[in-house]
Every structure is written in structure tokens, then in C-alpha cells.
Design a protein around this ligand. Structure first.
Ligand code: SF4
Ligand code: SF4
Length: 105
């Protein structure tokens, strides 16, 4: 998975929640918060054929469970995860990242 912070907004196709990215790799924030790079990402959830990130959908269940985060801490963490991974900005798979980097040069 490429860095979601390096992309140009609006260049990629919309994310259709196929889950391929998180099946093949664990993003750095997942690695940091769950301490594993086992694939598919253990936080990848699937409902009715659509995938979602469990770190966002159910943060306290996956992230640093040993720390027993408070509800306020979980809300703050979720906000940061959404921002850092640019959820809602489109697909972040490598072909689109490469295209965007080429367009920027
Ligand atoms: S933590 Fe979320 S965004 Fe990151 S790889 Fe896992 S399911 Fe995907
Ligand atoms: S970012 Fe791309 S690969 Fe990942 S779920 Fe969305 S469409 Fe699928």
C-alpha cells in the first residue's frame, strides 16, 4: 500500500471498498496500533460484500486494547486515523499512486 498522504486529491477513482489494499498489506497506522503486519489486515471487516477498516468502525476493539482507551481517546484516535489515511479520497492502490506521482513531475 502506498502512502495515502502523497496523493493528489481527486485524481484516483473512487474507492469501491473491495478490500484488496488491506488484504495484501497492513498500513503503517495499523502496524503501529495493532503491532502486526499479518495479512490480510486483522482489522479488515467485511459486511454484505463491502469492506471497512475496523480501526475506524470499532476502534477500541482493535487498537492497543491493552491500554483500555477511554471513549474520548477512542474518538480522538478515530479522527486521526481518518485524516492520516485519507479515507474518502479514492483508491490508494499502486497504479493510481504511480500515475499521480508522474502527473506531479
Ligand atoms: S488498519 Fe484499516 S486501513 Fe490499515 S490496513 Fe488495516 S483495515 Fe486497512
Ligand atoms: S482503496 Fe482501492 S483497493 Fe482499497 S478498498 Fe478502496 S478501491 Fe479497493
Amino acid at each position: 500500500m502506498g502512502s495515502k498522504t502523497e496523493v493528489v486529491k481527486g485524481h484516483r477513482p473512487a474507492c469501491d471498498r473491495c478490500g484488496s489494499c488491506c488484504t495484501g498489506d497492513v498500513c503503517w497506522i495499523g502496524l503501529t496500533l495493532m503491532g502486526t503486519n499479518r495479512t490480510p489486515c486483522p482489522a479488515l471487516e467485511e459486511h454484505d460484500g463491502l469492506t471497512s477498516c475496523g480501526l475506524v468502525a470499532d476502534t477500541g476493539r482493535y487498537a492497543l486494547v491493552d491500554l483500555a482507551l477511554t471513549p474520548d481517546q477512542i474518538t480522538t484516535l478515530k479522527t486521526h486515523i481518518l485524516r492520516i489515511n485519507n479515507f474518502g479520497e479514492g483508491c490508494d492502490m499502486e497504479p493510481w499512486i504511480a500515475e499521480e506521482q508522474e502527473a506531479k513531475q
